[in-house]
Ligand binder design. Structure first.
Ligand code: PBG
Length: 320
């Protein structure tokens, strides 16, 4: 093996064109999924623009803009007018996400409509399932999640993405979707979803903070990677079509391990806190947002993600 001075790795870094020629990982707008928040009224967010809300009426204009930028996939989150203990707004035929789906489906047949399937935005207590004896009841929640997924499919969702972390939810959703005739609706499972502080800005935007306790009884302990592989293994066995790791940046090793172990497409969620940290630092002049965002997303892809859910999708489309 030739070493210095025969070998000089800087030779291929000398110009932008040379660097581009040997670049191993590339970002492409077609790899990005943009989160969209839909609520009773539009509510722009000055500091974190991608966490702003749209009314059903305003959503179409946003969809139009996204398609114009080359972004062809969105994931929808709903903020209902009213919440209750069972999160009934999540599976109501006239629920906020169901109405948004119907508004977008006909007009934008090429837009991939993914829905987040969870109860936390819809429950008065903010947990991702129903409460029995002070705890989130796994099996009783499965039925409500299944109803939610089917109601999304009926309203026009292309893909459903359960993010609740109940055991057995992928199998439950698959069975109910199939019974309802939605055999072709894929499930993107938030398979390795950690109990994370990085969801903070999302919970504020979606009004989904738990009113008591936390989510550590169902979301994963950030200390564990073997357990993440078990989660993935079970989700594959239950019929998941895509495995997702979330949050992305603190868990690039998990992403790599999932990529190496499974042949399913792997997704990563570059969550609200990852976006907010950079936005906040950039606002103080401490780092360059575009560079930091592109470095983050490139690292997520390099670690093994086939596609990335990111609040930067819109801005990135402009930068690329
Ligand atoms: C719903 C859900 C959450 C996120 C995606 N789906 C919040 C949570 O689990 O508390 C977080 C996304 C983000 O922070 O960007 N369960």
């Amino acid at each position: 093996m030739s070493t210095f001075p025969g070998t000089r790795l800087r030779r291929l870094r000398r110009t932008g064109a040379l660097r581009s020629l040997v670049r191993e990982t590339r970002l492409d707008v077609s790899d990005l999924v943009y989160p969209l928040f839909v609520g009773p009224e539009s509510m722009p967010n000055e500091e974190l623009p991608a966490l702003g809300r749209f009314s059903v009426d305003d959503l179409a204009r946003e969809a139009e803009e996204l398609l114009g930028l080359g972004i062809s996939s969105v994931i929808l989150f709903g903020i209902p007018e009213e919440k209750d203990d069972e999160g009934s707004g999540a599976y109501a035929a006239e629920g906020i996400v169901q109405r948004a789906l119907r508004a977008l489906r006909e007009r934008y047949p090429d837009l991939v409509l993914i829905t987040d399937v969870c109860l936390c935005e819809y429950t008065s207590h903010g947990h991702c399932g129903v409460i029995e004896d002070g705890e989130v009841a796994n099996d009783a929640t499965l039925e409500l999640l299944s109803r939610t997924a089917v109601s999304h499919a009926e309203a026009g969702a292309d893909v459903v993405a359960p993010s609740d972390m109940m055991d057995g939810r992928v199998a439950a959703l698959r069975a109910t979707l199939d019974e309802g005739g939605f055999t072709d609706t894929p499930i993107v499972s938030y398979a390795a979803k950690y109990a994370s502080a990085f969801y903070g800005p999302f919970r504020e935007a979606a009004e989904s903070s738990p009113s008591f306790g936390d989510r550590r009884g169902y979301q994963m302990d950030p200390a564990n990677v073997r357990e993440a592989l078990r989660e993935c293994e079970l989700d594959v066995a239950e019929g998941a079509d895509v495995l997702m790791v979330k949050p992305a940046l603190p868990n690039l090793d998990v992403l790599r391990a999932v990529r190496d172990r499974f042949d399913l497409p792997v997704a990563a969620y570059n969550v609200s806190g990852e976006y907010a940290m950079v936005k906040a630092a950039a606002a103080r002049g401490w780092m360059d947002e575009q560079q930091a965002a592109m470095e983050s997303l490139t690292a997520i892809k390099r670690a093994g993600a086939d596609f990335v859910v990111t609040y930067w999708a819109k801005e990135l489309a402009g930068w690329l």
